[in-house]
Design a protein around this ligand. Structure first.
Ligand code: CP
Length: 326
């Protein structure tokens, strides 16, 4: 068991060993149990987390803020638009300065071809750990919460389980590709059969695909790409259909919307769920476009675990903060 995680950044799960991820999960399950029993766990008393947002959030902000309070510390909300960041504070200055005020810096910066680079520049300048609350490439805490939810349903040994990470249509906005990328990276490390199902215009980054392939070779699982929406559901234990932008095809929002309109029938409905076994679970990071991306009957139905999944954000983030910010 790897327990020496003090001071470590968490920008992508790829930079943590499998043993370190297992430790984080052990602590998350322990903290979930303690909260259920009402046991105090003020591990980070007097500590401060600076939370810097360049993009809107419901779950991420609320769960980090609640988590810090439950650990006995304080989370400081900083909005890029209402601070001098909008007038030129640089990433280096943010890393230096917030690192002197706080014990950890968490950042959401999802701008395409920029967010990850920004977070890494802050981390380079910071004396305290930097936690990635979502960038253009990765969304590590979402995927750790997803893994915790999968373990709650299928147990710790996930070898041979099939997960279908699928694109689905949404009309609201061009969502980042960080969720499917982080999913294929993490699930391939646990010996799972990972399917990426998407139309040809919705490819993921080539180096992420290569890393996922390498992960699956090492773990003894598999990693396949499907282009048929229905095929992806067949026999899958876990289905995760969600929308993302055609960002590797075009960064033009209007063109991207035109491409998406070819695939409005890529909705996760009861018929698609009937292709999965009775024990299958439906996951979505939320927010979802109801009755466009997923039918109410699925997201509110017996296969859905979306509320457990959202809850588990709290527990994995508390575990990461407790391990890295002590
Ligand atoms: N899933 C997720 O990250 O939710 P928010 O965008 O609301 O934080």
């Amino acid at each position: 068991m790897q327990t020496d995680l003090r001071g470590r950044d968490l920008i992508t799960t790829q930079e943590w060993t499998k043993d370190e991820i297992e430790t984080l999960l052990d602590v998350a399950f322990d903290l979930k149990r303690k909260r259920a029993l009402g046991e105090s766990h003020a591990i980070l008393r007097d500590k401060v987390l600076a939370m810097l947002f360049f993009f809107s959030s419901t779950r991420t902000r609320a769960s980090f803020e609640a988590g810090m309070a439950q650990l006995g510390g304080h989370a400081m909300f900083i909005d890029s638009k209402t601070t001098q960041i909008s007038h030129g504070d640089t990433a280096k200055e943010i890393g230096e300065i917030l690192g002197r005020y706080s014990d950890g810096i968490a950042i959401r910066q999802v701008d395409w071809d920029f967010g990850n680079q920004y977070i890494r520049e802050v981390a380079e300048a910071s004396r305290v750990p930097v936690l990635n609350m979502q960038c253009d490439v990765y969304h590590p805490f979402q995927i750790l919460a997803d893994l915790m939810t999968i373990i709650e349903n299928f147990g710790r040994d996930l070898r041979g389980k099939t997960i279908n990470v699928s694109w689905a249509y949404a009309a609201s906005y061009q969502k980042p590709i960080s969720v499917p990328q982080s999913l294929v990276l993490l699930m391939t490390r646990f010996g799972m059969n990972v399917r990426l199902t998407r139309p040809p215009e919705y490819k993921l980054m080539p180096d992420i695909m290569a890393q996922a392939q390498e992960n699956s070779r090492y773990s003894g699982g598999s990693f396949e790409v499907f282009e048929d929406f229905d095929e992806g559901f067949k026999g899958a234990d876990i289905v995760y259909p969600k929308s993302w932008g055609a960002l590797l095809t075009t960064t033009d929002n209007e063109e991207s919307a035109r491409i998406g309109k070819q695939y409005t029938n890529w909705i996760c409905d009861e018929e698609r769920m009937s292709f999965t076994p009775n024990h299958s679970i439906y996951l979505h990071c939320l927010p979802a476009d109801r009755n466009v991306e997923v039918a109410d009957g699925v997201i509110d139905g017996p296969h859905s675990r979306v509320y457990d999944e959202a809850e588990n954000r709290l527990h994995v983030q508390k575990a990461a903060m407790a391990l890295t910010m002590r």
